[in-house]
Each structure stands twice: as C-alpha cells, then as structure tokens.
Write a protein that binds this ligand. Structure first.
Ligand code: 13P
Length: 251
C-alpha cells in the first residue's frame, strides 16, 4: 500500500505573519495520521514555518534548490545541503512555473534532482503538459519525456526515493481540474511506463496530482487507483480547505 502524500505549494505567497497564522490554523485542524502532509513555503519563510510546525506531523520542503550540491559562488541560489541543514525533507523540482518562467530545462531539472537526493532530500519531480500539447494528443509523450530525462539518465532506482507530481499546466490556478478519469489515465500510464524498467519501483512510487485540487474535488481524485495524494496550490493557503483535502486523502 502506498501512503498518500498531500502537500501545499505556497508559491510566492505570504508574509511572516500570514504564514504563522496559516500554520497555527492548520495545527488546529484534525489531520489524518495515515497520510504524509507537507508544506512548501517560500524560501524566506522556511524558518518561520519550522518554528510553527516543530511538534506537528507537517513536514516542510523547499520549492526549489540549486543545481550544485555544495555551497559556493552562486548568487541568489540555495543548495540542497543548506536546505537539509535547516531541516527540509523534501524539495520540488521541475515545477511548470519554473520550467516556463525560469526557462528550466530537463537537464537542469535532472541536476537539481541529483543534488536533492545527494543531500538526503526527497525530490518531488513535477511533470505536466500544456493545453496545446494535450489538444495535439501529446500529453503522455510530454510527461514521459520529462520523466525519462531523469529515469534514463540516472536509472529507475532513483525513483524509489522520489515522488512524481502530475500537474497538467492547463489545470494549474485555472479552476479547470482534470477529471478523475483524465488524471487517473495519465497516472496509470506513468506507472506502466516506469514498470517497463522496474515493476517494484513503479508499484511503490507515489504519483500525486496537482491542478486546482480543492476540498470539493479531492475525494473523487484520491479515490482513483493510481492517484496517491495531491500537490495543492491555491487551496492550500486556506487551512480549513487544506485540512479537508488532507482528510479526503486519509479516508
Ligand atoms: P493550484 O492548486 O492553484 O491549481 O496549483 C497547483 C500547483 O501548481 C501546485 O504545485
């Protein structure tokens, strides 16, 4: 049985005060102990977040890391070892907003994935197609290429210490959620693709869905056989909503 993961990606949102309040409110929610729960605050709010979650079940991760493992002359960057040092356990790599806004290539994402694992962080590899790619029937091919950039380069075993987040770009922040069937279809095909390299790695791998997940649609998405939780953007900024999404994964 794969243990579900529900994670909140807070993107470039919040102030020290609002992050504190959000985590306080989240701690007051009834959270299931049968799933893993994580939040990804902005870099400057990581310390604030750690202070708030110290005795809770909520893990804290970073939204990005540098391609280089060790500290060094990389202005503006934060290394995976530095993130580990302050207590992070997870890091997002390859979020579509970084692929698009920062022009991150599959090669750069692969290097970040390597750095994350070398530091002992669990990378959450984000993949997903654009609307144009979906309409051209290229959704699966796009996602497979993004996964293969890591899998073929590093070998399938690296996925036993990672999570994949399938986030169709057209569903991110748009309110247009993939239907449970659309999401399940891609998740199952991702798992089948990985199974051609290793059936056991594919079986154990958590593949979470992201893209306009909210309390109202979470249960239906998480009921799908190959959807092992969610990576939640906007709705994770509301403690009641995020708490309800966590409970949907715990049922
Ligand atoms: P939304 O839930 O706001 O659509 O964002 C999804 C996302 O990008 C999570 O990483």
């Amino acid at each position: 049985m794969r243990r579900p993961l529900v994670a909140g990606n807070w993107k470039m949102h919040g102030t020290c005060a609002s992050i504190k309040q959000l985590l306080n409110e989240l701690s007051a929610e009834t959270l299931p102990n049968t799933i893993d729960i994580a939040v990804f605050p902005g870099l400057i709010h990581l310390q604030t977040a750690f202070a708030q979650v110290s005795d809770s079940v909520i893990a804290v991760g970073s939204q990005d890391c540098a391609v280089q493992l060790e500290e060094g002359a990389m202005t503006g960057e934060t290394s995976a070892l530095q993130l580990k040092d302050i207590g992070c356990s997870l890091v997002l790599v390859g979020h579509s907003e970084r692929r698009q806004l920062q022009e991150e290539s599959d090669r750069v994402i692969c290097r970040k994935f390597i750095a994350a694992q070398a530091a002992g962080l669990t990378p959450v590899l984000c993949v997903g197609e654009s609307l144009a790619e979906r309409e051209a029937g290229q959704a699966l091919a796009t996602v497979q290429q993004q996964i293969d950039a890591v899998l073929v380069e590093l070998g399938v075993e690296v996925l036993s210490q990672a999570v994949i987040a399938y986030e169709p770009i057209w569903a991110i922040g748009t309110g247009l959620t993939a239907t449970p069937e659309q999401a399940q279809d891609i998740h199952a095909q991702i798992r089948a693709h990985i199974a051609t390299y290793s059936a056991s790695v594919a079986q154990e791998l958590r593949i979470v869905y992201g893209g306009s997940v909210k309390a109202a649609n979470a249960a239906e998405l998480f009921a799908q056989a190959d959807i092992d939780g969610g990576l939640v953007g906007g709705a994770s900024l509301n403690a009641k909503e995020f708490g309800a999404i966590c409970r949907a994964a715990g049922n």
